[in-house]
Design a protein around this ligand. Structure first.
Ligand code: PLP
Length: 436
């Protein structure tokens, strides 16, 4: 019980140590990743992991939850304050589970959902055939306009009125432009009026939650019935998710006239006991710490810098003759279109990785290649901005990516880029006093 990791399990300790080195010595551009603070990291490694606390604060199935109640209630209160939400459930283990619980709370298997086309930037949990969502619910999709690769809200409205879904879903994993949530609300209301049945609006803001919390992106909370988000992307907390919702179910009189639960209770029951067992109390406490960080003024500055950095990176890429889907970005992410370069995402991801630039291959809208070797590379600035990178460094990163694309078959050029990235990373120490 008292032996430390290094002594007891050098294999795992070594892998962790090497991961820290990898994170330190590379340009982390994966748009869904970030670096948590020391305090968040510390909280995740506490004895809170030992506790069972099925239920909710002051309504637990086991004894001994007086301290767990404090941390979970802090997480709830701070999330409410941060987003201005009426009700928050902080227990979902991850974004996928948050979405599963949200669907379960108000839909029946076989119900219709209209969401973003996966190939245009939707998420697996938005109806992929290999995911529970596509197996349990009837999904249809809207996509981006072929001319500018941006959402065409008139087209979304047209499809919504044709499909008449029970839920309209606004959520994106690879869409670089700002979302007009108010317009999504209008569309859901139009569908409700036409069908007389009711159309819920849900937003999945897993990627852009940090921007929303900092109030530099249009706000889904006032207009959506349910908003889910991960806590580990732009929000910069521990791995996990939360569900925010209105207290009342606006279509209870239609779908559930005799039910006793409002929407908030339905969400809570869907998470536990509907879909999960015991909550991860150490992660929930770490969410509370992350929300406290997000309530500080410097968090707003951070999110503003994330967006500035992404704009600079997109501009630099375009100046260096690299195509960017939709011709730029409004948020933290950029989708590089490799069509013109006649390269596949797979080989580019690998070449960039060799140069210590970490990215992921990604489908682009109307992609002619396969998901296993698509035409796009997705990049984002949340992690490097946490490290302290600003516009000047983003220009260097942009030029480095362009160079890798130009010289993909020239190992010495790739090595030159790697050396440059290594020296750049040295100027921005990550967890400087940490051993592993
Ligand atoms: C990342 C993401 C998720 C899922 O999050 P996990 O924690 O990986 O399950 C859900 N929806 C969107 C839009 C995402 O980008």
């Amino acid at each position: 019980m008292l032996e430390n990791l290094k002594n007891f399990d050098p294999e795992v300790a070594d892998a962790v140590k090497n991961e820290l080195k990898r994170e330190r010595e590379g340009a982390e551009l994966i748009a869904s990743e970030n670096f948590v603070s020391r305090a968040v990291l510390e909280t995740m490694g506490t004895v809170l992991t030992n506790k069972y606390s099925e239920g909710y604060p002051n309504k637990r199935y086991y004894a001994g939850n007086e301290f767990i109640d404090i941390t979970e209630q802090l997480a709830i209160n701070r999330a409410k304050q941060l987003f201005g939400a009426e009700h928050v459930n902080v227990q979902p283990h991850a974004g996928s589970q948050a979405n599963m619980a949200a669907y379960m709370a108000i839909l029946n298997p076989g119900d219709k959902i209209l969401g973003m086309d996966l190939a245009h930037g939707g998420h697996l949990t938005h109806g992929s055939k290999v995911n529970f969502s596509g197996k349990l619910y009837k999904f249809s999709a809207y996509g981006v306009n072929p001319d500018n690769c941006m959402l065409d809200m008139d087209e979304v409205a047209r499809i919504a009125l044709e499909e008449k879904p029970k839920m309209l879903l606004a959520g994106f994993s690879a869409y670089p432009r700002e979302i007009d949530f108010a317009r999504f609300r209008k569309i859901a209301d139009e569908v409700s009026n036409v069908t007389g049945q009711g159309c819920y609006l849900m937003a999945d803001v897993a990627h852009i939650a940090g921007l929303i919390a900092a109030k530099i992106h249009s706000d889904p909370i006032p207009v959506c019935d349910i908003v889910t988000t991960t806590t580990h992307k732009t929000l910069r907390g521990p791995r996990g998710a939360i569900i925010m919702c209105k207290e009342e179910d606006r279509f209870k009189h239609i779908f559930d006239p005799d039910g006793k639960k409002n929407l908030a209770r339905k969400i809570d029951s869907a998470v536990f006991p509907g879909m999960q067992g015991g909550p991860l109390d150490h992660m929930i406490a770490a969410k509370a710490v992350a929300f406290k960080e997000a309530l500080q003024p410097d968090f707003v500055e951070y999110q503003k810098q994330v967006v500035k950095n992404a704009s600079m990176l997109a501009e630099t890429l375009m100046e260096n003759d690299v195509d960017v889907v939709s011709g730029g970005t409004d948020n933290h992410l950029i989708l590089i279109d490799l069509t013109k370069n006649n390269l596949g995402g797979k080989e580019v991801e690998l070449a960039l990785d060799k140069a210590h630039i970490f990215t992921n291959k990604n489908m682009i809208p109307f992609d002619k290649r396969s998901p296993f070797d698509p035409s796009g590379i997705r990049i984002g600035t949340p992690a490097l901005t946490t490290r302290g990178f600003k516009e000047d460094e983003m220009a260097i990163i942009g030029e480095s990516i362009a160079k890798v694309l130009r010289c993909i078959n020239d190992p010495s050029a790739i090595e030159e880029v790697r050396q440059e990235i290594l020296s750049l990373c040295k100027d921005f120490p990550l967890y400087p006093d940490m051993e592993y």
